[in-house]
Ligand binder design. Structure first.
Ligand SMILES: [Zn+2]
Length: 274
């Protein structure tokens, strides 16, 4: 997985770390990073077929939508970092852009932009210096110690193994052995160790009954959906939706020509009760 795309991702991740003045050890607070980057975050159950998430920029406003149907903190965190990678690398100067993720991470034959965003995510979540210190402390890296690291950095097992290999902290044989030996075991080891930090569970935890409404208002305020769609999502007549939005001080941005076409499927499977 080495190569130019990975260098691009690494360089961008380092630059963003520097810009944010992030402490480069431990778990990165992704919600805080999104806040600082001016990205709106929406977690929503989009169903099993909707992929891992989306990055949407409309009228210069950025939003990351995570499919909470994916109930793995590591994968969700990786997806968020991947979308932040798109935000930093592929949307500069663009007013309207969208990335819809089938599956982030995992390597394979993907478009260059996707590989760059994957690389950004891996480096952003597990900076080299910090990971190197951990690897030296651990010595011989086992499946158990990889699980410790994945919890520490909020990565998936596979992403952690690839990250260690890309950083030349383990060789290819060790990488393959870890992937082989971990099959069917990761969840059990993870449970044994108490799982991910509680904070991270917020990212994938069960939705509150009100969150669907909140998300609808966020999308509306963002210009991603228009007031007709807002009314539809709130299951109320247009006039009432307008009034409720006004009462809450939520207004659509003045974005000319909102093109809903490429986002049409964004929430189609997301209505409550579906
Ligand atoms: Zn992507």
């Amino acid at each position: 997985m080495a190569g130019e795309a990975w260098r691009v991702g690494e360089t961008a991740a380092k630059a963003f770390h520097h810009e944010l003045d992030l402490v480069t050890t431990g778990v990165v607070d992704l919600k805080e990073v999104m806040r600082l980057a001016g990205i709106t975050f929406v977690a929503h159950d989009l169903g099993p077929k909707a992929g891992d998430g989306r990055y949407v920029k409309k009228g210069g406003r950025a939003m990351i939508v995570i499919n909470t149907h994916v109930r793995s903190t590591g994968r969700v965190r990786f997806t968020i970092a991947h979308e932040i990678g798109h935000h930093r690398l592929h949307t500069e100067g663009a007013e309207n852009v969208a990335f819809i993720e089938e599956q982030v991470g995992g390597g394979g034959n993907k478009p260059r932009e996707e590989r760059e965003a994957d690389a950004f995510a891996a480096y952003f979540l597990a900076p080299y210096r910090s990971l190197k210190a951990d690897a030296e402390r651990i010595g011989d890296i086992s499946v158990e110690s990889v699980v410790d690291l994945m919890v520490r950095y909020g990565l998936s097992f596979q992403a952690t193994v690839f990250r260690l290999h890309n950083s030349q902290l383990i060789n290819a044989a060790k990488r393959d052995a870890l992937l082989r030996d971990s099959q069917g075991r990761v969840e059990a080891v993870l449970r044994q160790k108490g799982g991910y930090a509680e904070d991270d569970q917020i990212l994938v935890g069960a939705e509150l009954p009100t969150s669907f409404r909140e998300n609808a208002f966020k999308l509306f305020a963002h210009g991603v959906i228009d007031e007709e769609r807002l009314a539809e999502m709130l299951r109320m007549p247009l006039s009432k939706a307008r009034r409720v939005a006004a009462e809450r001080g939520v207004a659509a941005p003045e974005v000319p020509d909102i093109d809903e076409e490429d986002l049409a499927d964004l929430f189609d499977d997301a209505a409550p009760g579906n």
